[in-house]
Every structure is written in C-alpha cells, then in structure tokens.
Design a protein around this ligand. Structure first.
Ligand code: FES
Length: 56
C-alpha cells in the first residue's frame, strides 16, 4: 500500500527501513525520500514506523 504518494513509497519499504535499524522518521528519511514534498503522509509514516517497532 502506498503511504507517500509524492514519492511512491509503500508501507513495506518503510517497514524494511525500520527493520534495518532506522527507528525515527528522521532516520527513515535518510534511507527513503519519504514525507519530503507535500508532507501529508507524515503522520501515516510515523504510524507505520510505530507499528513496526511495536511488533519487533
Ligand atoms: Fe508524502 Fe506528499 S505524500 S510527501
């Protein structure tokens, strides 16, 4: 499922970045250009990161 439409980034890509050790939005952004344009996906990205952290 696409989370960031501006950059075409999916929840799977975000989850993989978290599993690779990126635990914050700032860290995930160093791997993926997520939430770097309109910013509307910012809260959704945070939710996916938190969900993934809660599962690990
Ligand atoms: Fe992610 Fe616009 S939808 S920056």
């Amino acid at each position: 499922m696409f989370i960031c439409l501006c950059q075409g980034i999916t929840d799977s890509q975000i989850r993989q970045a978290v599993r690779d050790g990126n635990m914050t939005l700032a860290e995930v952004r160093q791997k993926l250009p997520v939430a770097t344009q309109c910013g509307r996906c910012t809260q959704s990205v945070k939710d996916v990161i938190n969900e993934e952290l809660a599962q690990s």
